[in-house]
Structure formats: C-alpha cells, structure tokens
Design a protein around this ligand. Structure first.
Ligand code: NIG
Ligand code: FE
Length: 411
C-alpha cells in the first residue's frame, strides 16, 4: 500500500538519520522543508522531497496537503492511561481547599484508584482504557508509554500490564509498558512498607518479567511514598530482570531521588517541578533525560518544571502528558506542547523537539519514531490549514489537527 502526500506547506522535523537526544541549542533547531511531498509504503516513510521533483508512478492514495503542515506524531513517554473510573470528587475537594497530599492522606488519591481498579474486570478495564487511547490517537499521539501502579497487588498489577499489552496488539499505536508497583504503599502495608517492597522484589518483579509484561520500572520517589533508600532497593532488584528505570521524582520535594535514579542508569527522570542546583548539576553530568509534565502542574496548581533553566543548562528535555485520573486527566499532547511554551518559556521549536525526537528517546524509540526519516514508522500528523507551525502552541485551545496517520493507516 503506497500513499503519497503532496503540496505539504511545510514538513517538520526532517532528519536524514535517526537522532538520539537533543540538548542545549540543538533543541531550538527544527529542520523543515517547505512545499514538500512524502511517500508512505505500508507502515514506513519511504521517501520525501520538494514538490519540484514529485515521484512518478501510481499510488493507492494521494492526499493533497495544500496549506497544511505535516509533522511526526507525538510520542507520549509518561502516562497512566490504564485506570478504572475517575476522581472528579477529589477535583472538587481540591477546589474547596484540600491539597493533593491531604486527599491522599485521607485514603483518596492513588489508593482510591487502586481500589476501583482491583474491583474492575480485565475486560471492563480494557474497554475504558481503549476509549482513552482512541481519543489520544485522534489528538496525534503515535507512541505511548503506559504504567501500572493502580493495582498494588500482584494480580492487579499484572492485569493492568496485560491490558496495556492488549492495547498494543489491537491498535496501530506503539505501546511501551512500565511496572510501577511502587506507586503507593497499600493500606494493608501501611505500618510495614518493607514487607510491601519485599512483595515487589520477590513476587511482582519476577511475575512481570516471566510474563514479559514490562520494558521499564518506575518508583514514586517522594516524601510519604517511597524514600531514596526504598528506590535504591527496588531498582537494585529490577536490574536483575533487565528493567530500565524511568522514575517519578521531585514532584513535591527534592530528596535525592535524581541522584539515585542516575546511579541506576535511569533513562528518564520525570516531573521535576522542584529542583535544587545539585539536582541540575547531577543531570548535566548524566545520560538521563528530564521529562516535564506541564498538564500536571496546570491541573494541580503546582510549580512548572523549570524547562527553560534545564535547556539552558544543557540537559535534554522531553514533554509528556502524565495522563492519569488524579493529577492530569488529559492525554492531549497538543496542550502539553502549548503549555510548555506558555508556562515554561520553551520556543515552539524546543517544545516540538521535546515532544517528538526527545520524547521518542524517552521511551527507547529513537530508531523508529519521533522524526521524518526514511525507514521510520509512518506516524504523522496532518494539520488543518494553519499559517505556521508556531500557530500550533499559540492557538492552545483549538484543535489544529485535520487527520492522523498511525503505522501507515489513515485514522
Ligand atoms: O504522575 N505522582 C505520582 N503519580 C501520578 C499521579 C497519581 C494519581 O494521583 O493517581 C503522577 O502525577
Ligand atoms: Fe505519573
């Protein structure tokens, strides 16, 4: 199956070879081609070029992109898309003055979602999650990471990861999975967190590995959740199962979680709303990527990750949605890109790089996703007729997407 896109007003993020992580001034460079064509063969980008030399031959489909911009689909490297029910009551509690932490202390928060998930059948969990996945695909997400962490029992954690794997099989989007058993301490282990970590190490991790259910391991390293020592212990167990760390750190407090993540060669450290100078220095001397989640800051009213400072310090930055029922009930990467510009002072070029090339790196997909490169997945966003790519973050509340191609399929 051949599909030719013609008259593309501007083709964004064209790279001759797959690039890995962009940092510093590279993040402000977005290579583009004006008045372009792009040829898809099956699920891959076969070639692209300028309209002065369009390819000859017959094609199964020709899409006229006059006035429209084409870019690689977003990669969303941090989500909790598989969950049961919602938490709009806690949203109202927060409007009335309770903090996120106070709600969690009252048994709400992650434990509230865990209770719902444990009571939900695997089929129903798939149905609810598939609906959300279909929505984010229509918003231009072509690859997504999905975490467990609302199960908190071996059985329920495995159920979540099986659902995420089934989404990967049944939809054209690429799914990467992360085991986040250490998301919160379950009620039954309230006074014996070590016993829960024993369960993670001795039962959950072996079962996840046995079922080949996860690519990554995550820990919520935060006061009131898992300490730096707990994180160290869990990551030391996880490495035996070849699980690479992607860690929730520095959301509310800087407690040393970044240093321990780097010590365990974490691919990414995510959140980073609160950062010390030492944290930034540690990141400067590592291969670990920073991932900012501005929709979470927007929703909870907490500080934004200092993305400008991180980029100026030469730390590679990616953007993700953190789609989850408690702190970011949206999977809209377009909003994330816009809020990175509006609230974190990224340029449109930096934000688009952070949501494509760097986001692909943040989920181990640099070879196949994140740029317009011959041989990469045909995962594309075709915009409506818009004046320029800067219009995408500028018109933050509008849907600028005309259509989406995922794995070579026009959705
Ligand atoms: O990334 N911070 C930890 N985990 C999620 C929120 C979980 C929840 O509130 O349900 C996050 O923000
Ligand atoms: Fe998260």
């Amino acid at each position: 199956m051949n599909v030719l896109l013609t008259n593309i007003k501007e083709l964004l993020q064209i790279r001759e070879f797959p690039v890995r992580a962009l940092s510093g001034p590279e993040m402000n460079d977005l290579p583009t081609l004006k008045n372009a064509w792009l040829l898809i063969e099956d699920d891959r980008i076969l070639n692209f070029g300028g309209m002065e030399a369009t390819p000859e031959g017959s094609f199964d489909q020709v899409i006229d992109c006059s006035g429209k911009i084409v870019l690689p689909s977003w990669c969303d490297s941090h989500t909790h898309l598989v969950y049961a029910g919602n938490r709009e009551q806690e949203f109202v509690d927060r409007i009335n003055g309770l903090s996120y932490q106070e709600i969690a202390e009252k048994g709400g928060g992650i434990l509230n979602s865990a209770k719902k998930l444990q009571e939900t059948s695997e089929e129903e969990l798939f149905r609810q999650s598939a609906k959300r996945l279909e929505e984010v695909m229509s918003l231009g997400t072509g690859a997504i990471e999905i975490k467990s962490g609302y199960g908190l029992t071996t059985e329920a954690e495995l159920k979540m990861l099986r659902v995420a794997k089934r989404l990967d099989q049944e939809y054209p989007v690429t799914v990467k999975t992360t085991f986040l058993g250490a998301h919160a301490v379950p009620k039954e282990f309230k006074n014996n967190k070590d016993a829960y970590i024993d369960l993670i190490c001795n039962e959950m991790l072996p079962a996840v590995a046995e079922g080949k259910l996860a690519d990554y391991v995550d820990v919520f390293c935060e006061e009131g959740y898992f300490s730096v020592e707990d994180t160290d212990r869990i990551l030391s167990c996880a490495v035996k199962f070849d699980l690479i760390p992607k860690i929730h750190v520095n959301q509310f407090n800087s407690i040393g979680g970044i240093a321990v993540s780097i010590k365990h060669n974490a691919l990414t450290v995510d959140h980073l709303e609160v950062l010390s100078d030492d944290d930034i220095k540690d990141l400067q001397h590592s291969d670990t990527m920073a991932v900012a989640l501005p929709a979470c800051s927007f929703f909870l009213g907490i500080p934004y990750t200092p993305g400008r400072t991180l980029i100026d310090a030469g730390v590679p930055l990616a953007l993700a949605t953190d789609f989850n029922p408690g702190s970011s009930p949206t999977g809209n990467m377009n909003f994330v890109v816009a809020s990175a510009c509006i609230k974190m002072k990224l340029t449109p070029e930096e934000a688009i790089n952070a949501a494509t090339v760097n986001a692909a790196y943040a989920m181990g997909l640099s070879e196949t996703h994140g740029s317009i490169t011959k041989g990469k997945k045909a995962n594309l966003i075709i915009t409506k007729e818009i004046p320029s790519y800067g219009f995408l973050p500028y018109s933050f509340g509008s849907n600028c997407i005309d259509s989406v191609i995922c794995n070579g399929q026009l959705l």
